[in-house]
Design a protein around this ligand. Structure first.
Ligand code: PEP
Ligand code: MG
Length: 537
């Protein structure tokens, strides 16, 4: 690690996840060397064998640190690497003059295409595993490794994928500063839910791995090789922030009530069942959004895998509501073998549209949801609804599957089924949805669609503010409509946990907010400071 010097470089960025971190910088981009062929088939054969062995060992190492679900996927990958049927064509190509990297790429590509063409969706989804294996072996051939940042490092990259984020152990602290990125992206959401401080949009910065940095993800600064004065100021600000969080934590079990006495329901958003284990159920009113995309991360999950995941959260909730959203794949959340290639995926086959286009896959999730509903206080939420016909088609499928379960004598229950209000058409004109059990406003998508500003695009991130009068007026309209017709309305977008946005949301008439776990303390404290009569802007 470089020693701090008196030089101070400060870059600024947008806060995507509030907090402070200091430590060595770790640059994630780069590191993949190109393959240099030897020209000798015997050497190429030896190299490919070594790369296969090294890849299998890397995966076995990952397996040892994984949960059962992930371990099963990794086990499949090891079996593929060790399968001679997969590597024989590559070794044969080497004997006729191909280099190891080309021979391996060609052999794998042929196999990937075979899988992708498969009729069976579960089989087709395996092509993603093959691509993963292919890349890993190529990295092993070119001498590059899966480089992990040291514990507590501040990670810098142009952008980061959710999978890269999840492969890092954040329990040891650390933070993120991205050159590009957006605070509305899914990786930003993950950072907020894990409490990892994160800045986006710093632009390119002149740094080296190991440089000592101070990440101030409250005021949006990254100080590189800070001087004594900058360190002192950082310590003061981070300590003040810590005190604020600690004070808020000491009231965490108190019910959320505004300064003028209006109760506000505060629920939490989770993306994986394990996240619930970190939350004391007494500190919230249940789960306002359980995203189920995590289950589809490595392809299509079977009914039992889904059922087990839902059950785990239902048990944790001990009778409080658990709102499970049917899979919202597509957009920036592709699922290999399920989502389709589109030029404009945010406006394409996403969420409920995709589910309805693949009823055989949707039915598997519905069976798991109906069975899970029998075991607790489950609500189901449909994402990306834009037309009543979608809601009706989904309800029909739920009824059909329920009848099937009845006929088979399988215990199940019909949950309350509500919709996400995240497409402007529904927020502007909610009237067709009068019979829906509840509305949950998805402000992340509502904002991007109202402002025509992609949530994953840092260049237009400033436009994506829930406090824009156009968005607030829609929220107010939906809250009013719900109140008039007795339809519960909440908001589960990331703005719900943002202390700066909470007064405006309460002024818009909302009394139920679902926030990421790390935002609970400051969100409840913000509610306690707010008066319902405060102005929305
Ligand atoms: C939203 O759009 O606000 C939302 C909660 O859903 P997601 O962020 O998963 O699209
Ligand atoms: Mg959404």
């Amino acid at each position: 690690m470089s020693q701090p010097t008196t030089r101070l470089d400060r870059v600024t960025g947008t806060v995507a996840s509030i907090g402070y971190a200091s430590g060595p910088l770790f640059i994630l981009d780069g590191g993949d060397g190109a393959y240099a062929p030897s020209g000798d088939p015997a050497v190429e054969t030896k190299r490919l064998r070594a790369a296969l062995a090294r890849s299998a060992a890397e995966i076995a190492e990952l397996m040892a640190k994984s949960n059962d679900e992930t371990a099963a996927i990794l086990e499949f990958q090891i079996a593929m690497i060790e399968d001679d049927n997969l590597s024989d064509p590559a070794f044969a190509a080497i004997t006729t003059g191909a280099d190891a990297a080309t021979a391996w790429t060609d052999a794998l590509l042929a196999e990937v295409h075979g899988y992708e063409a498969a009729e069976d969706a579960y089989f087709a989804a395996r092509s993603a595993d093959l691509r993963d294996i292919s890349n890993r072996v190529l990295r092993a051939l070119s001498g590059a490794t899966d480089r992990q940042p040291p514990p507590g490092a501040i990670l810098h990259a142009r952008d980061l994928t959710p999978t890269q984020f999840l492969s890092i152990d954040w329990k040891q602290g650390g933070g993120i500063a991205l050159g590009a990125g957006s605070s509305a992206s899914h990786v930003a959401m993950l950072a907020r839910s894990r409490g990892v401080p994160m800045l986006v949009g710093t632009g390119p910065i002149a740094v080296a791995t190991g440089d000592f940095v101070l990440l101030d993800a409250e005021r949006g600064r990254l100080d590189i090789l800070p001087d004594t004065e900058a360190r002192h100021e950082f310590l003061k600000a981070s300590t003040a922030h810590l005190h604020l969080v600690q004070a808020a934590r000491s009231h965490l079990r108190d019910p959320a009530v505004t300064a003028d006495g209006a109760p506000v329901e505060v629920l939490v958003n989770i993306a994986e069942p394990a996240e619930a284990d970190t939350i004391d159920i007494a500190t919230c009113d249940g789960i306002g959004l359980m995203r189920t995309e995590f289950l589809f991360r490595h392809g299509l999950p079977d009914e039992e895998t889904q059922y087990a995941a839902y059950r785990r959260v239902i048990e944790w909730a001990a009778g409080k509501p658990v709102t499970i959203r049917t899979v919202d794949a597509g957009g920036d959340k592709p699922v290999p073998g399920y989502t389709v290639e589109e030029t404009n995926p945010f406006l394409g086959l996403r969420g409920i549209r995709l589910s309805l286009s693949r009823p055989e896959i949707f039915r598997v999730q519905i069976r798991a949801l109906l069975r899970a509903s029998f075991t607790g206080n489950v609500k189901v939420m449909l994402p990306m609804i834009s037309a009543l016909s979608e809601y009706t088609a989904a309800m029909n499928l739920f009824r059909e599957v329920s009848e099937e379960l009845n006929a088979a004598g399988i215990p199940h229950d019909f949950p309350l089924i509500g919709i996400m209000v995240e497409v402007p058409a529904v927020a502007i004109h909610p009237e067709p949805f009068r019979d829906v059990a509840f509305f949950s406003i998805g402000s992340n998508d509502l904002a991007q669609y109202v402002m025509a500003a992609g949530r994953d695009n840092g260049a237009v991130a400033a436009l994506n503010d829930v406090r824009h009068p156009a968005i607030l007026s829609l929220i107010h309209h939906v809250a009013n409509y719900g109140e008039r017709y007795g339809i519960p309305v909440g908001l589960c977008g990331d703005a719900a946990g943002d202390p700066a946005a909470i007064p405006a949301l309460i002024a818009s008439g909302l009394r139920a907010l679902s926030v990421s776990p790390a935002q609970l303390p400051l969100a409840k404290a913000a509610i306690a400071r707010t008066r319902t009569t405060d102005s929305a802007e």
